[in-house]
Write a protein that binds this ligand. Structure first.
Ligand code: KIV
Length: 274
């Protein structure tokens, strides 16, 4: 395993930086984050931006899909992350059905996420959401689109499966990506799609494409923090690289503490008040 010294902490990103990065070709690095302790660590890292994803329903609340997330849940996590990482651009995920209950409900939800500390919102899917996406971007709330394997559609997709495999589906995906761009989105996430269509979308759009399971030709990559850290060793989709054997390392710390307490090795005199 190679080790990397911390790079200089980059200046906080702003929306215009995303197009600059697309033009310069410098890759964009996004990671999910849901709490203040990790946010504090990430604030001192070279990671470009943090996504408070609806995956928090799974990673933090133990549900088996993102469908259980709601605006209260995401706003609470956004607020914790914003306090821990004041130096990072933060994207708040728009949870299941939020943009399907009318403009007023959608706008109230966006307002909650932005007031909780999100600099932008991420919306899954564009078909049928065109009016709301246009309204959100026209209201000055930056939108990150999310296409491909959009986990809120897990039931419609019949499971978490690679999307856009046929030529027709690829053509549809390109239309959807163009639609997000035309409606003012500043970037899109492309999840679990074949590398060739991800490359085509990346070279067609003027906004950056951030991939997860979309190959290497995209403008940046995102991973779920707990996945990158190997907290769940049995979760190993093809695209995922574990950068830490987190489950073993943390489990080992728990066992050392338990053993020290049981053996009378903790606390020592130095760790006790006189
Ligand atoms: O909620 C999430 O973590 C996400 C990423 C997988 C992109 O949407």
């Amino acid at each position: 395993m190679s080790s990397h010294l911390p790079l200089a902490v980059p200046k906080k990103m702003t929306v215009p930086d995303f197009k600059r990065r697309k033009l310069s070709g410098e890759k964009i690095v996004m990671l999910t984050c849901y709490d203040s302790s990790f946010a504090r660590l990430l604030n001192e890292s070279s990671i470009d931006l943090l996504l408070v994803g609806d995956s928090c329903a799974m990673t933090m609340h133990g549900y088996d899909s993102t469908i259980q997330a709601n605006v209260e849940m995401i706003a609470a996590h956004v607020s914790a992350v914003a306090r821990g990482a004041p130096g990072k651009f933060i994207v708040g995920d728009v949870p299941f059905l939020t943009v399907r209950r009318g403009l007023e409900h959608a706008m109230e939800s966006m307002e909650r996420l932005v007031k909780a500390g999100a600099h932008a919102v991420k919306i899954e899917g564009i078909r049928g959401n065109e009016e709301i996406v246009g309204h959100v971007t026209a209201s000055g709330i930056p939108v990150m689109g999310h296409l491909g394997l959009t986990p809120q559609f897990v039931n419609a997709f019949g499971g978490m499966k690679v999307q856009a495999k046929t030529e027709d589906e690829k053509a549809n995906l390109l239309v959807e990506a163009r639609s997000f761009e035309a409606l003012g989105a500043f970037s899109i996430v492309l999840e679990c799609v074949p590398s060739d269509i991800a490359a085509e979308i990346t070279s067609t759009l003027k906004i950056p494409v951030i991939g997860i399971g979309a190959g290497e030709a995209v403008d940046g990559q995102v991973l779920v923090l707990q996945d990158l850290l190997g907290f769940n060793p049995s979760f190993k989709p093809k695209f995922l690289r574990h950068y830490l054997d987190g489950a073993a390392l943390i489990g080992n710390a728990f066992e050392r503490f338990a053993a020290d307490v049981r053996n009378g090795n903790y606390p020592s005199k130095e760790e006790s008040y006189g």
